[in-house]
Design a binder for this molecule. Structure first.
Ligand code: ZN
Length: 417
């Protein structure tokens, strides 16, 4: 991997001396007998130049660890997957969903066999849309297979520039509640895409007061807000050799929010916290472990500070599973405030994001992570780990904790049985 530069080594060290020293104690380098007096370091061997051209994208190492592999085909308790995408707004303008038309990613009959095999009682479709699109989502899923699907609505951002937007959006939540929406979902639109003129002008802050009637309407109808705010911290850093999500950002350059045109991760999260503080009666589920799974201490502080918040674990087992001891303590401490979610997207729409590709394999990975103490396994059904080149460790949750995270917490806040 010659094009991956390392961080500068401490003075007096070089990458080569660090790695070679370990080899020498086991087997002296070949050619020891021909060391010349002029050679500076008798421990050095010459690198194989023919091996120096391997590109990172072609590096697919197989782990040599012989450790237990527990396949978990079915979960220990029924599962509510509180974060999936079965429909999506058909029109998206500069990252902002507009209009009521929806694209349907799958039909119930495509999904139910997987759900039955994998012990998934209910899928919660977060991106159910608005207006007629929302009604169609609910018709297609919730009404076609009662109890197996639940649908959330979204804000109608295209009306944002209108003078009475707050009132309109509050009424849209009333309508969504009437037709059967269980909650409200926000994509990362707020804080990163929505602008004063929808797709032009200044970015609209997460805590903009024009949304206040929307948050209050959600509280009045007991509809939790599933909120994706910000993104992994690495998305706000340069896509360079030090970025742990380099390959992911190289594959999806539009996911990078690095640069003066974007607020920082900290600014977005601070605005989120001000918003939550202002609406203590609204329940906020902070998606992707509050989008700071890399810093569970910060997430814990947020949960401690705001009793009206929960988190889901979707698309972040790659972070949680890299810190299994810290994560296990986090699961234990916040066992009443964590939801199971995968962020699953059915094929072919999800093919590009294997860590979210709906199917048996994805569920088995999540179950293995939560239920076993297996070591060093893939967090996504993919040859190359799509979010970063690491493997994960199971957290082996107890039955009590597992039942709440798999089912009870989501059932409670979404009023599902
Ligand atoms: Zn999602």
């Amino acid at each position: 991997m010659p094009h991956i530069k390392r961080k500068p080594s401490p003075p007096g060290w070089s990458f080569r001396t660090q790695t070679r020293a370990g080899c020498f104690c086991c087997a002296p380098p070949r050619g020891m007998g021909t060391i010349k007096a002029s050679d500076k370091n008798p421990l050095q061997t010459a690198p194989d130049a023919s091996k120096s051209g391997l590109l990172l994208k072609d590096f697919k190492p197989h782990s040599m660890l012989r450790v237990p592999k527990n396949r978990i085909e079915r979960p220990r308790f029924p599962v509510i997957d509180a974060h999936v995408h079965l429909t999506w707004s058909s029109k998206v303008r500069s990252g902002v969903s507009v209009g009521e038309d929806i694209t349907v990613f799958a039909k119930p009959e495509d999904l139910l066999p997987v759900m039955d095999r994998k012990g998934v009682r209910t899928l919660v479709n977060l991106t159910g849309g608005v207006g007629k699109g929302l009604e169609r989502s609910i018709e297609l899923f919730d009404k076609a297979a009662p109890g197996r699907f639940a649908t959330l609505t979204e804000p109608s951002y295209e009306h944002f520039p209108e003078a009475n937007y707050g009132q309109l959006q509050g009424e849209a939540i009333d309508h969504a509640h009437r037709v059967g929406a269980r909650g409200l979902k926000l994509l990362k639109t707020l804080g990163l895409y929505l602008r004063e003129g929808v797709d032009s002008g200044a970015l609209v802050a997460v805590d903009d007061r024009r949304f206040d009637p929307m948050w209050e309407a959600c509280a009045a109808h007991n509809m939790p807000v599933f909120m994706h705010v910000s993104d992994p911290e690495a998305f706000f850093l340069p896509t360079d050799e030090y970025n742990e999500r380099y390959e992911e950002l190289a594959n999806h350059p539009d996911w990078s929010f690095y640069g003066p045109e974007f607020p920082s991760n900290e600014e977005i999260l601070a605005a989120r916290d001000r918003l939550i503080a202002r609406h203590p009666k609204t329940t906020f589920v902070l998606m992707h472990v509050g989008n700071w799974a890399e810093n569970l201490q910060a997430v814990a502080e947020c949960l401690d500070r705001f009793p009206n918040t929960l988190v889901d674990i979707s698309a972040r087992i790659g972070e949680l599973g890299r810190q299994p001891r810290t994560a296990q303590r986090f699961f234990d401490r916040y066992q009443d405030r964590i939801l199971f979610g995968t962020d699953a997207v059915p094929s072919p729409y999800g093919d590009d994001v294997p860590q979210q590709l709906f199917g048996d394999e994805l569920y088995e990975i999540y179950y293995r992570f939560l239920e076993t103490e297996d070591e060093y396994f893939d967090y996504a059904p993919a040859e190359i780990p799509p979010q970063g080149r690491w493997s994960i460790y199971g957290v082996g949750l107890t039955d009590t904790v597992l039942r709440k995270i798999y089912h009870d917490n989501a059932a409670r806040i979404l009023s599902l049985s």
